[in-house]
Each structure stands twice: as C-alpha cells, then as structure tokens.
Write a protein that binds this ligand. Structure first.
Ligand code: NAD
Length: 252
C-alpha cells in the first residue's frame, strides 16, 4: 500500500474531489482526517471510508478560520501525526462576466480558495518542517493555468494557488517537505453541475466532452489518482509542480 502508516488531512472532504481523495488515500492505507464546512457531507465521507475498512476522523471546519484550522491540524498531529495535507476546499461563482461579479462574491472566492489554502499551509508547515518530511497538495484548477472565460474571480484565485504552491515548494524543499498543485479540467462533481448544468447535466456533459481530446470530462477518481501520486513517495523528487489533469483539453 502506498500510504501505509501515513495520515492525510483533507479539506473539502465532504464532497466531490475531496471525498474521492479520502476514499482513494484510505484504500492505500492512510488514516484520513476529513475536514469540511458541510457536516452532512463529512458524515457521508466518513461512512464510506469506514465501510471500506479505513480509519477516519472528521472536523467541521471553515477553512477561512485560521485559528480553527490551526487547532484542527494541531489536534491531528497530536492524535495521529501528519504526513499529507490536501488543501482542496473551494468554491466557484457560476459563469459570469467579469464586470458583473459583485465584490462580495469575488472576496468570498478569494477568502476560501486562496486564504483557505494559505491557512492550511500556515497551520501545517511548522509541523512538517520540524519532522523534516511531508507532502502538501493544493487543489488549483486548469482555470488557474490557462484562464477561463466568465470565471475571472475563480481563475484569479486558482492562479494564485499555483504560484503560491511553487513559492512554498522552493522554501520547503531544503526541509524535506514537498508542495505541488493539481489543476483539473472540468470534472463531474456538484461544482460544475452548478456552474454549467442549468439545463440537463448529462446533455451538457456530453456536449462539453466533445472539446476534450479524450472525449470525456474528468471523473473524481481521475483527479484523486493524481493527488495520490503527488502525495506518495513515488513523487519524491517532484515539487513545485502544477499537474494538469484535463483529458488533453489544454492542448486541443
Ligand atoms: P464540491 O463543491 O463537490 O466540493 C467542494 C467542497 O468544499 C464541499 O464539500 C464544500 O462544503 C467545501 N467547502 C466550501 N467552502 C468551504 C469552506 N469555507 N471551508 C471548508 N470547506 C468548504 O466541488 P469539487 O469539484 O469537489 O471541488 C474541490 C476542489 O477542486 C475545489 O477547490 C475546486 O475549485 C477544484 N476544482 C474542481 C473542478 C471540477 O470541475 N470539479 C475543476 C478544477 C478544480
């Protein structure tokens, strides 16, 4: 098993990519610490991980709350140790022209997608540096690498995550800690269903898939597999990388 005796702290674990990562990492032997603002979603993730024989603890957490984040990470270190931090919680804002996005909504996107990742790293890095090992994986987006029309605030936030990840990777390398980002294209979770699926989602999905060389959108497991690779020792010489997982969309 690829994550035996390791503990992974995962935010946004109550849905979509975070839940898929929790299940995938647990299947590879990791103890899962699942955090989310949505307690119903968290409970479902915990049930799934436990039903499959995994070990899981949950924390109701708003990633914008730096003190609560630090407390949850400290408790994790105390109880289980900490090896992997997956800063994955995030929101989108629907497809909207730049000039019509309200400042409040833009700020909410930045607070959760950028400062949430910052808070997670701020909480975990002292522990990881002290032990001289650890892997951080931050969920950015293809929108943070190539941009995306009508997703300007979201792209702004995800571009920040990519470059922030590169910066901390350079800083943490000498301490034995790696940091990478994943940059998924559209992946079938509740998020794009809200952003793009105003009509019939299955029809929209089939239509969008035509723009992808591999002729399908991503499934949560596609991204969870990439997260697993970057979190595992197999990526031991990979840091500061922004891994695009997009079925070839960005080269088409
Ligand atoms: P999702 O909506 O299914 O899951 C997001 C999770 O984050 C939810 O459980 C939600 O409760 C949680 N969350 C939101 N705000 C929070 C907060 N303040 N504190 C704690 N938790 C909070 O969406 P998803 O597709 O699984 O998204 C996961 C990550 O992947 C996000 O960062 C998203 O931007 C990114 N992403 C998704 C796609 C995609 O197409 N699905 C593509 C690229 C990047």
């Amino acid at each position: 098993m690829r994550l035996e005796n390791e503990t992974a702290f995962i935010t946004g674990a109550g849905s979509g990519l975070g839940r898929a990562a929790a299940e995938r990492f647990a299947a590879e032997g990791a103890t899962i610490v699942a955090a989310d603002i949505d307690t119903d979603g968290l409970d479902e993730t915990a049930d799934r991980v436990a039903d499959a024989g995994g070990e899981v603890t949950t924390h109701e957490l708003d990633v914008r709350d730096r003190e609560a984040f630090a407390a949850a990470v400290d408790a994790t270190v105390e109880e289980h140790g900490l090896d992997i931090v997956l800063n994955n919680a995030g929101i989108s804002h629907g497809r909207t022209d730049m000039e019509t996005i309200e400042d409040d909504l833009r700020d909410r996107v930045i607070d959760i997608n950028v400062k949430g990742v910052w808070n997670g790293c701020r909480a975990a890095i002292p522990h990881l540096k002290e032990q001289g090992s650890g892997a951080i994986v931050n969920t950015a987006s293809l929108a943070g690498v190539i941009g995306a029309p009508k997703l300007s605030a979201y792209s702004l936030s995800k571009g920040a995550v990519v470059n922030f990840t590169r910066s901390i990777a350079a800083e943490l390398g000498p301490h034995g800690v790696r940091a990478n980002a994943v940059c998924p294209g559209v992946t079938d979770t509740p998020m794009p269903r809200e952003d793009f699926g105003q009509g019939n989602w299955e029809e929209t999905k089939a239509e969008m898939a035509k723009q992808y060389p591999l002729r399908r959108l991503g499934e949560p497991e596609d991204v969870a597999n990439a997260m697993l690779f970057l979190a595992s020792d197999e990526a031991d010489w990979i840091t500061g990388h922004a891994l695009v997982i997009d079925g070839g969309y960005s080269i088409s």
